[in-house]
Design a protein. Structure first.
Ligand code: NAP
Length: 435
Protein backbone atom coordinates (compact mmCIF):
# COMPACT_ATOMS: atom_id res chain seq x y z
CA UNK A 1 0.00 0.00 0.00
CA UNK A 2 1.27 3.48 -0.91
CA UNK A 3 0.48 6.42 1.33
CA UNK A 4 0.37 9.88 -0.21
CA UNK A 5 -0.16 13.18 1.62
CA UNK A 6 -1.20 16.15 -0.49
CA UNK A 7 -0.94 19.54 1.23
CA UNK A 8 -3.57 21.87 -0.16
CA UNK A 9 -7.06 21.05 -1.39
CA UNK A 10 -7.24 23.37 -4.40
CA UNK A 11 -7.25 22.33 -8.06
CA UNK A 12 -3.60 21.17 -8.10
CA UNK A 13 -4.21 19.00 -5.02
CA UNK A 14 -7.35 17.33 -6.34
CA UNK A 15 -5.89 16.72 -9.83
CA UNK A 16 -2.92 15.03 -8.15
CA UNK A 17 -5.26 12.84 -6.08
CA UNK A 18 -7.24 11.95 -9.20
CA UNK A 19 -4.04 11.02 -11.05
CA UNK A 20 -2.80 8.91 -8.11
CA UNK A 21 -6.11 7.02 -7.99
CA UNK A 22 -5.89 6.29 -11.71
CA UNK A 23 -2.27 5.18 -11.45
CA UNK A 24 -2.36 3.10 -8.28
CA UNK A 25 -6.02 2.02 -8.03
CA UNK A 26 -6.79 0.28 -4.73
CA UNK A 27 -3.13 0.27 -3.82
CA UNK A 28 -3.08 3.85 -2.54
CA UNK A 29 -4.41 5.88 0.39
CA UNK A 30 -4.45 9.62 -0.13
CA UNK A 31 -4.86 12.30 2.55
CA UNK A 32 -5.57 15.82 1.32
CA UNK A 33 -4.61 18.13 4.16
CA UNK A 34 -5.78 21.75 4.33
CA UNK A 35 -5.21 24.54 6.84
CA UNK A 36 -8.83 25.64 6.30
CA UNK A 37 -11.86 23.60 7.33
CA UNK A 38 -13.25 23.75 3.77
CA UNK A 39 -11.85 22.29 0.55
CA UNK A 40 -11.15 23.58 -2.98
CA UNK A 41 -8.78 26.49 -2.27
CA UNK A 42 -8.62 28.80 -5.25
CA UNK A 43 -11.96 27.60 -6.61
CA UNK A 44 -13.76 28.72 -3.50
CA UNK A 45 -11.63 31.69 -2.46
CA UNK A 46 -9.91 32.93 -5.64
CA UNK A 47 -12.19 32.49 -8.64
CA UNK A 48 -14.57 35.44 -8.92
CA UNK A 49 -18.04 34.78 -7.44
CA UNK A 50 -19.72 35.83 -10.69
CA UNK A 51 -17.75 33.17 -12.63
CA UNK A 52 -19.86 30.20 -11.56
CA UNK A 53 -19.07 28.20 -14.69
CA UNK A 54 -15.40 28.12 -13.65
CA UNK A 55 -16.33 27.19 -10.07
CA UNK A 56 -18.40 24.25 -11.37
CA UNK A 57 -15.17 22.26 -11.80
CA UNK A 58 -15.36 21.49 -8.07
CA UNK A 59 -17.97 18.81 -8.94
CA UNK A 60 -15.11 16.89 -10.55
CA UNK A 61 -13.01 17.25 -7.41
CA UNK A 62 -15.92 16.08 -5.28
CA UNK A 63 -16.00 12.78 -7.16
CA UNK A 64 -12.41 12.25 -6.05
CA UNK A 65 -13.13 13.53 -2.54
CA UNK A 66 -15.93 11.01 -2.02
CA UNK A 67 -13.98 7.95 -3.07
CA UNK A 68 -12.97 5.41 -0.44
CA UNK A 69 -9.22 5.84 -0.69
CA UNK A 70 -9.21 9.66 -0.49
CA UNK A 71 -9.70 11.64 2.70
CA UNK A 72 -10.00 15.39 3.33
CA UNK A 73 -8.16 16.38 6.50
CA UNK A 74 -9.29 19.97 7.13
CA UNK A 75 -8.21 22.48 9.78
CA UNK A 76 -4.68 21.08 9.94
CA UNK A 77 -1.87 23.55 9.41
CA UNK A 78 1.32 22.01 8.04
CA UNK A 79 4.28 23.73 9.67
CA UNK A 80 2.27 24.30 12.87
CA UNK A 81 0.18 21.24 13.72
CA UNK A 82 2.49 18.83 11.89
CA UNK A 83 5.79 19.38 10.08
CA UNK A 84 6.74 18.41 6.54
CA UNK A 85 9.51 16.26 8.05
CA UNK A 86 6.97 14.37 10.16
CA UNK A 87 4.73 13.84 7.13
CA UNK A 88 7.69 12.51 5.15
CA UNK A 89 8.23 9.98 7.90
CA UNK A 90 4.59 8.86 7.70
CA UNK A 91 3.88 8.87 3.95
CA UNK A 92 5.67 7.47 0.88
CA UNK A 93 5.13 10.77 -0.91
CA UNK A 94 4.32 14.29 0.27
CA UNK A 95 3.02 16.66 -2.41
CA UNK A 96 2.92 20.41 -1.75
CA UNK A 97 -0.12 21.82 -3.55
CA UNK A 98 -0.19 24.97 -1.47
CA UNK A 99 -0.87 27.39 -4.32
CA UNK A 100 0.32 30.99 -4.23
CA UNK A 101 -1.92 32.74 -1.72
CA UNK A 102 0.43 35.62 -0.83
CA UNK A 103 0.57 38.88 -2.78
CA UNK A 104 3.76 39.96 -4.49
CA UNK A 105 4.88 43.02 -2.55
CA UNK A 106 4.09 46.43 -4.05
CA UNK A 107 7.46 47.89 -3.22
CA UNK A 108 6.86 51.64 -3.48
CA UNK A 109 6.73 54.42 -0.87
CA UNK A 110 3.31 54.51 0.79
CA UNK A 111 2.62 50.90 -0.23
CA UNK A 112 1.68 50.18 3.40
CA UNK A 113 -0.77 53.08 3.90
CA UNK A 114 -4.27 52.15 5.08
CA UNK A 115 -6.38 51.88 1.94
CA UNK A 116 -3.70 49.98 -0.02
CA UNK A 117 -4.90 46.40 -0.30
CA UNK A 118 -3.38 43.38 -2.02
CA UNK A 119 -5.56 41.39 -4.38
CA UNK A 120 -5.27 38.25 -2.20
CA UNK A 121 -6.96 40.14 0.64
CA UNK A 122 -9.58 41.89 -1.50
CA UNK A 123 -10.50 38.79 -3.50
CA UNK A 124 -10.50 36.75 -0.27
CA UNK A 125 -12.81 39.30 1.35
CA UNK A 126 -15.53 39.15 -1.32
CA UNK A 127 -15.15 35.35 -1.52
CA UNK A 128 -15.54 34.84 2.24
CA UNK A 129 -12.00 33.72 3.08
CA UNK A 130 -11.87 33.57 6.90
CA UNK A 131 -8.46 35.32 7.00
CA UNK A 132 -10.00 38.46 5.50
CA UNK A 133 -13.27 38.64 7.43
CA UNK A 134 -12.24 41.95 9.02
CA UNK A 135 -10.69 43.61 5.98
CA UNK A 136 -13.34 46.31 5.74
CA UNK A 137 -11.97 47.91 2.55
CA UNK A 138 -12.55 51.68 2.28
CA UNK A 139 -15.20 51.83 -0.44
CA UNK A 140 -16.59 55.24 0.45
CA UNK A 141 -14.44 57.19 -2.03
CA UNK A 142 -15.34 57.93 -5.65
CA UNK A 143 -12.11 56.70 -7.23
CA UNK A 144 -10.38 53.33 -6.84
CA UNK A 145 -7.07 52.47 -8.52
CA UNK A 146 -6.25 48.90 -9.51
CA UNK A 147 -2.57 48.16 -10.26
CA UNK A 148 -1.72 45.45 -12.80
CA UNK A 149 -2.85 44.33 -16.23
CA UNK A 150 -3.71 40.69 -15.54
CA UNK A 151 -7.00 38.82 -15.11
CA UNK A 152 -7.06 39.48 -11.37
CA UNK A 153 -7.04 43.24 -12.06
CA UNK A 154 -10.02 42.66 -14.37
CA UNK A 155 -11.86 40.61 -11.75
CA UNK A 156 -11.34 43.32 -9.15
CA UNK A 157 -12.36 46.17 -11.48
CA UNK A 158 -15.51 44.28 -12.52
CA UNK A 159 -16.52 43.40 -8.96
CA UNK A 160 -16.09 47.06 -7.93
CA UNK A 161 -18.29 48.17 -10.84
CA UNK A 162 -21.24 45.77 -10.80
CA UNK A 163 -24.68 46.54 -9.46
CA UNK A 164 -26.30 44.34 -6.83
CA UNK A 165 -28.60 42.86 -9.47
CA UNK A 166 -25.61 41.83 -11.57
CA UNK A 167 -24.44 39.55 -8.75
CA UNK A 168 -27.61 37.51 -8.96
CA UNK A 169 -26.66 33.83 -9.43
CA UNK A 170 -23.17 34.47 -8.01
CA UNK A 171 -21.96 33.22 -4.64
CA UNK A 172 -20.55 36.53 -3.43
CA UNK A 173 -20.79 36.82 0.35
CA UNK A 174 -23.50 39.00 1.87
CA UNK A 175 -21.22 41.47 3.66
CA UNK A 176 -19.34 42.22 0.40
CA UNK A 177 -22.57 42.60 -1.56
CA UNK A 178 -23.90 45.14 0.96
CA UNK A 179 -20.61 47.06 1.14
CA UNK A 180 -20.26 47.19 -2.65
CA UNK A 181 -23.85 48.40 -3.03
CA UNK A 182 -23.22 51.24 -0.59
CA UNK A 183 -19.84 52.12 -2.15
CA UNK A 184 -19.32 55.53 -3.71
CA UNK A 185 -17.29 54.24 -6.67
CA UNK A 186 -17.58 56.34 -9.82
CA UNK A 187 -14.20 55.64 -11.37
CA UNK A 188 -11.94 52.60 -11.40
CA UNK A 189 -8.56 53.22 -13.00
CA UNK A 190 -6.53 50.17 -14.06
CA UNK A 191 -2.82 51.04 -14.19
CA UNK A 192 -0.60 49.08 -16.57
CA UNK A 193 3.10 49.78 -16.58
CA UNK A 194 3.31 48.58 -20.18
CA UNK A 195 0.99 48.87 -23.18
CA UNK A 196 -2.07 47.23 -24.77
CA UNK A 197 0.09 44.62 -26.55
CA UNK A 198 1.64 43.56 -23.24
CA UNK A 199 -1.50 42.90 -21.21
CA UNK A 200 -2.02 39.53 -19.48
CA UNK A 201 -5.82 39.74 -19.81
CA UNK A 202 -7.75 37.04 -21.65
CA UNK A 203 -10.46 37.97 -24.20
CA UNK A 204 -13.49 36.51 -22.45
CA UNK A 205 -12.70 38.32 -19.20
CA UNK A 206 -11.88 41.59 -20.98
CA UNK A 207 -15.01 41.40 -23.13
CA UNK A 208 -17.19 41.24 -20.00
CA UNK A 209 -16.34 44.87 -19.23
CA UNK A 210 -18.22 45.89 -22.36
CA UNK A 211 -21.53 44.51 -21.02
CA UNK A 212 -21.88 45.97 -17.55
CA UNK A 213 -25.08 47.59 -16.40
CA UNK A 214 -23.82 50.84 -14.94
CA UNK A 215 -20.13 50.83 -15.91
CA UNK A 216 -18.33 51.36 -19.16
CA UNK A 217 -14.67 50.91 -20.06
CA UNK A 218 -12.55 53.78 -21.34
CA UNK A 219 -9.39 53.34 -23.40
CA UNK A 220 -7.39 56.23 -24.83
CA UNK A 221 -7.04 55.55 -28.59
CA UNK A 222 -3.63 57.25 -28.45
CA UNK A 223 -2.30 54.34 -26.37
CA UNK A 224 -3.16 51.75 -29.02
CA UNK A 225 -0.47 50.60 -31.45
CA UNK A 226 -1.12 50.73 -35.21
CA UNK A 227 -3.92 48.34 -36.17
CA UNK A 228 -1.57 46.46 -38.54
CA UNK A 229 0.67 45.51 -35.59
CA UNK A 230 -2.13 43.35 -34.14
CA UNK A 231 -1.45 40.81 -36.91
CA UNK A 232 1.77 39.88 -35.09
CA UNK A 233 -0.11 38.85 -31.95
CA UNK A 234 -1.18 35.31 -31.13
CA UNK A 235 -4.94 34.88 -31.71
CA UNK A 236 -6.09 35.13 -28.07
CA UNK A 237 -4.07 38.25 -27.48
CA UNK A 238 -5.33 39.74 -30.76
CA UNK A 239 -8.91 39.21 -29.54
CA UNK A 240 -8.09 40.94 -26.25
CA UNK A 241 -6.59 43.91 -28.06
CA UNK A 242 -9.62 44.03 -30.35
CA UNK A 243 -11.75 44.49 -27.21
CA UNK A 244 -9.53 47.39 -26.18
CA UNK A 245 -10.02 48.93 -29.63
CA UNK A 246 -13.80 48.53 -29.22
CA UNK A 247 -13.62 50.22 -25.82
CA UNK A 248 -11.64 53.13 -27.35
CA UNK A 249 -14.41 53.57 -29.93
CA UNK A 250 -17.28 53.83 -27.38
CA UNK A 251 -18.93 57.22 -28.09
CA UNK A 252 -19.16 59.80 -25.29
CA UNK A 253 -22.97 59.87 -25.74
CA UNK A 254 -23.09 56.22 -24.56
CA UNK A 255 -21.28 57.13 -21.34
CA UNK A 256 -23.96 59.63 -20.33
CA UNK A 257 -26.17 56.83 -18.94
CA UNK A 258 -23.35 55.14 -17.05
CA UNK A 259 -22.37 56.06 -13.53
CA UNK A 260 -19.04 54.20 -13.36
CA UNK A 261 -16.07 54.57 -15.69
CA UNK A 262 -13.39 51.86 -15.87
CA UNK A 263 -10.32 53.68 -17.18
CA UNK A 264 -7.39 51.82 -18.71
CA UNK A 265 -4.27 53.86 -18.03
CA UNK A 266 -1.43 52.28 -20.04
CA UNK A 267 2.28 53.13 -19.88
CA UNK A 268 1.67 54.15 -16.27
CA UNK A 269 3.92 52.84 -13.48
CA UNK A 270 2.98 53.43 -9.83
CA UNK A 271 5.70 55.49 -8.09
CA UNK A 272 4.31 56.32 -4.65
CA UNK A 273 1.09 56.31 -2.70
CA UNK A 274 0.48 59.45 -0.69
CA UNK A 275 -1.90 60.65 1.98
CA UNK A 276 -2.21 61.78 5.56
CA UNK A 277 -2.67 58.52 7.46
CA UNK A 278 -4.59 56.92 4.58
CA UNK A 279 -4.55 56.79 0.80
CA UNK A 280 -5.40 60.12 -0.81
CA UNK A 281 -3.60 59.86 -4.13
CA UNK A 282 -1.24 57.76 -6.18
CA UNK A 283 1.75 59.22 -8.00
CA UNK A 284 2.32 57.65 -11.40
CA UNK A 285 5.16 57.90 -13.92
CA UNK A 286 4.64 57.72 -17.66
CA UNK A 287 6.64 54.89 -19.21
CA UNK A 288 7.95 53.80 -22.56
CA UNK A 289 9.15 50.38 -23.67
CA UNK A 290 12.71 49.39 -24.54
CA UNK A 291 13.62 46.89 -27.27
CA UNK A 292 12.99 43.95 -24.92
CA UNK A 293 9.53 45.43 -24.22
CA UNK A 294 10.48 46.29 -20.64
CA UNK A 295 9.08 49.52 -19.27
CA UNK A 296 11.23 52.45 -18.19
CA UNK A 297 10.19 55.76 -16.65
CA UNK A 298 10.16 58.90 -18.79
CA UNK A 299 10.37 61.30 -15.84
CA UNK A 300 6.87 62.64 -16.57
CA UNK A 301 4.69 62.16 -13.50
CA UNK A 302 1.11 62.91 -12.47
CA UNK A 303 -1.20 62.04 -9.59
CA UNK A 304 -4.61 60.40 -9.41
CA UNK A 305 -6.77 61.28 -6.40
CA UNK A 306 -8.15 58.07 -4.92
CA UNK A 307 -8.99 56.52 -1.58
CA UNK A 308 -8.44 52.85 -2.41
CA UNK A 309 -5.55 51.18 -4.21
CA UNK A 310 -5.76 47.46 -4.96
CA UNK A 311 -2.50 45.91 -6.04
CA UNK A 312 -3.02 42.99 -8.48
CA UNK A 313 0.58 42.33 -9.46
CA UNK A 314 0.77 38.58 -8.96
CA UNK A 315 1.16 36.12 -6.12
CA UNK A 316 3.76 33.96 -4.43
CA UNK A 317 3.88 30.69 -2.55
CA UNK A 318 4.66 31.04 1.16
CA UNK A 319 7.90 29.23 2.05
CA UNK A 320 7.77 26.29 4.48
CA UNK A 321 10.62 25.81 6.96
CA UNK A 322 13.14 23.30 5.68
CA UNK A 323 11.73 23.09 2.13
CA UNK A 324 14.06 24.48 -0.61
CA UNK A 325 12.59 27.70 -2.01
CA UNK A 326 13.33 29.98 -4.99
CA UNK A 327 12.89 33.48 -3.60
CA UNK A 328 13.13 35.28 -6.95
CA UNK A 329 10.27 33.26 -8.41
CA UNK A 330 8.20 32.88 -5.26
CA UNK A 331 7.85 29.08 -5.47
CA UNK A 332 9.47 25.89 -4.19
CA UNK A 333 12.80 24.93 -5.79
CA UNK A 334 12.01 21.89 -7.91
CA UNK A 335 12.86 20.02 -11.08
CA UNK A 336 9.61 19.29 -12.93
CA UNK A 337 7.78 18.90 -9.64
CA UNK A 338 10.37 16.92 -7.71
CA UNK A 339 11.88 18.78 -4.77
CA UNK A 340 13.65 15.62 -3.65
CA UNK A 341 12.60 11.96 -3.81
CA UNK A 342 9.53 11.66 -1.58
CA UNK A 343 8.78 15.43 -1.62
CA UNK A 344 7.08 17.07 -4.60
CA UNK A 345 5.18 20.20 -5.60
CA UNK A 346 2.42 20.85 -8.13
CA UNK A 347 0.43 23.76 -9.52
CA UNK A 348 1.34 27.32 -8.59
CA UNK A 349 3.64 26.05 -5.80
CA UNK A 350 5.64 24.37 -8.56
CA UNK A 351 5.34 26.77 -11.52
CA UNK A 352 4.46 30.10 -10.00
CA UNK A 353 1.07 31.77 -10.44
CA UNK A 354 0.26 31.42 -14.11
CA UNK A 355 -2.16 29.64 -16.39
CA UNK A 356 -5.75 28.55 -15.98
CA UNK A 357 -7.30 26.07 -13.52
CA UNK A 358 -6.89 23.33 -16.13
CA UNK A 359 -3.13 23.97 -16.41
CA UNK A 360 -2.80 22.27 -13.02
CA UNK A 361 -4.13 18.96 -14.31
CA UNK A 362 -1.06 17.83 -16.29
CA UNK A 363 1.08 18.88 -13.30
CA UNK A 364 -0.76 16.42 -11.07
CA UNK A 365 -0.48 13.60 -13.60
CA UNK A 366 3.23 14.26 -14.20
CA UNK A 367 4.09 14.30 -10.50
CA UNK A 368 2.34 10.97 -9.95
CA UNK A 369 4.68 9.44 -12.56
CA UNK A 370 7.63 10.76 -10.50
CA UNK A 371 6.10 9.30 -7.34
CA UNK A 372 5.76 5.93 -9.09
CA UNK A 373 9.44 6.11 -10.10
CA UNK A 374 10.66 7.10 -6.64
CA UNK A 375 8.29 5.35 -4.27
CA UNK A 376 9.51 2.45 -2.25
CA UNK A 377 6.20 0.64 -2.83
CA UNK A 378 4.94 1.26 0.63
CA UNK A 379 7.86 0.25 2.80
CA UNK A 380 5.83 0.03 5.97
CA UNK A 381 4.87 3.71 6.35
CA UNK A 382 2.03 4.33 8.74
CA UNK A 383 0.16 6.79 6.52
CA UNK A 384 -3.13 8.13 7.87
CA UNK A 385 -3.10 6.03 11.06
CA UNK A 386 0.17 7.71 12.04
CA UNK A 387 -1.16 11.17 11.21
CA UNK A 388 -4.35 10.61 13.20
CA UNK A 389 -2.36 9.50 16.23
CA UNK A 390 -0.10 12.55 16.01
CA UNK A 391 -2.96 15.05 15.59
CA UNK A 392 -4.95 13.41 18.35
CA UNK A 393 -2.00 13.62 20.68
CA UNK A 394 -1.68 17.35 19.84
CA UNK A 395 -5.39 18.03 20.32
CA UNK A 396 -5.96 19.18 16.73
CA UNK A 397 -9.66 19.30 15.77
CA UNK A 398 -9.76 17.71 12.32
CA UNK A 399 -12.60 18.59 9.94
CA UNK A 400 -13.76 15.83 7.60
CA UNK A 401 -15.33 16.20 4.15
CA UNK A 402 -18.73 15.17 5.55
CA UNK A 403 -18.49 17.99 8.15
CA UNK A 404 -17.98 20.62 5.50
CA UNK A 405 -20.83 19.26 3.37
CA UNK A 406 -23.25 20.27 6.13
CA UNK A 407 -22.05 23.85 5.89
CA UNK A 408 -22.24 23.74 2.11
CA UNK A 409 -25.80 22.41 2.20
CA UNK A 410 -26.79 25.33 4.43
CA UNK A 411 -25.12 27.74 1.98
CA UNK A 412 -26.98 26.21 -0.95
CA UNK A 413 -30.31 26.43 0.90
CA UNK A 414 -29.69 30.13 1.56
CA UNK A 415 -28.84 30.69 -2.10
CA UNK A 416 -32.07 28.91 -3.09
CA UNK A 417 -33.99 31.42 -0.95
CA UNK A 418 -32.26 34.18 -2.87
CA UNK A 419 -30.17 35.18 0.17
CA UNK A 420 -26.48 35.78 -0.41
CA UNK A 421 -24.06 33.28 1.02
CA UNK A 422 -22.29 33.87 4.27
CA UNK A 423 -19.10 32.03 3.67
CA UNK A 424 -16.86 32.92 6.58
CA UNK A 425 -16.69 29.35 7.77
CA UNK A 426 -15.82 29.21 11.41
CA UNK A 427 -14.46 26.06 12.91
CA UNK A 428 -16.80 26.45 15.90
CA UNK A 429 -19.82 26.47 13.55
CA UNK A 430 -18.60 23.30 11.90
CA UNK A 431 -18.24 21.54 15.21
CA UNK A 432 -21.69 22.78 16.31
CA UNK A 433 -23.07 21.43 13.03
CA UNK A 434 -22.07 18.00 14.22
CA UNK A 435 -18.60 17.56 12.76
P1 NAP B 1 -0.51 38.15 -13.93
O1 NAP B 1 -1.32 37.58 -15.02
O2 NAP B 1 0.88 37.70 -13.78
O3 NAP B 1 -0.53 39.75 -14.08
C1 NAP B 1 0.20 40.56 -13.22
C2 NAP B 1 0.19 41.98 -13.76
O4 NAP B 1 0.84 42.80 -12.79
C3 NAP B 1 0.97 42.15 -15.07
O5 NAP B 1 0.26 43.03 -15.90
C4 NAP B 1 2.29 42.79 -14.60
O6 NAP B 1 2.86 43.66 -15.55
C5 NAP B 1 1.79 43.62 -13.43
N1 NAP B 1 2.85 43.94 -12.50
C6 NAP B 1 3.71 43.11 -11.88
N2 NAP B 1 4.52 43.79 -11.06
C7 NAP B 1 4.17 45.09 -11.16
C8 NAP B 1 4.62 46.28 -10.56
N3 NAP B 1 5.62 46.27 -9.66
N4 NAP B 1 4.03 47.45 -10.90
C9 NAP B 1 3.03 47.47 -11.79
N5 NAP B 1 2.54 46.37 -12.40
C10 NAP B 1 3.11 45.19 -12.09
O7 NAP B 1 -1.17 37.87 -12.51
P2 NAP B 1 -2.68 37.82 -11.99
O8 NAP B 1 -3.54 38.82 -12.66
O9 NAP B 1 -2.53 37.84 -10.52
O10 NAP B 1 -3.18 36.39 -12.43
C11 NAP B 1 -2.56 35.19 -11.94
C12 NAP B 1 -2.98 34.00 -12.81
O11 NAP B 1 -4.36 33.70 -12.56
C13 NAP B 1 -2.88 34.28 -14.30
O12 NAP B 1 -2.48 33.12 -14.95
C14 NAP B 1 -4.29 34.64 -14.66
O13 NAP B 1 -4.61 34.46 -16.03
C15 NAP B 1 -5.07 33.69 -13.77
N6 NAP B 1 -6.46 34.18 -13.59
C16 NAP B 1 -7.39 33.76 -14.49
C17 NAP B 1 -8.68 34.22 -14.38
C18 NAP B 1 -9.70 33.77 -15.39
O14 NAP B 1 -9.38 32.98 -16.26
N7 NAP B 1 -10.93 34.23 -15.33
C19 NAP B 1 -9.04 35.11 -13.37
C20 NAP B 1 -8.06 35.53 -12.47
C21 NAP B 1 -6.74 35.05 -12.59
P3 NAP B 1 4.12 43.22 -16.44
O15 NAP B 1 3.56 42.36 -17.52
O16 NAP B 1 4.68 44.51 -16.91
O17 NAP B 1 5.05 42.46 -15.52
Amino acid sequence: MRHIAIIGSGPAGYYTAEAAQKKFGDDVRIDIIDRLPVPFGLIRFGVAPDHQSIKAVSARYEKVALSDNVRFVGNVSVGKDVSVDELQGLYDAVVLATGAPNDRQLDIPGGDLPGVIGSAAFVGWYNGHPDFADLNPPLDGRHAVVIGNGNVALDVARILSKTRAEFSGSDIVGHALDALEEAGTEEVTILGRRGPHQIAMTPKELGELGHLERATPRVDAEDLPDLGDDALLEPGMRKSVTHLREFAAIPESFRADKSVSINFDFFAAPMAIEGDGRVERIRVERTELDEQLRSFGTGETYTIDCSLVISCIGYQTPPIDGVPYEHGRGRFANVEGRILPGLYCVGWARRGPSGTIGTNRPDGYAVVELIAEDANNGAGRQGRAGLDALLDQRGVQVVKYSDWKKIEEAEIARARDGSPREKFVRIADMIAAGG
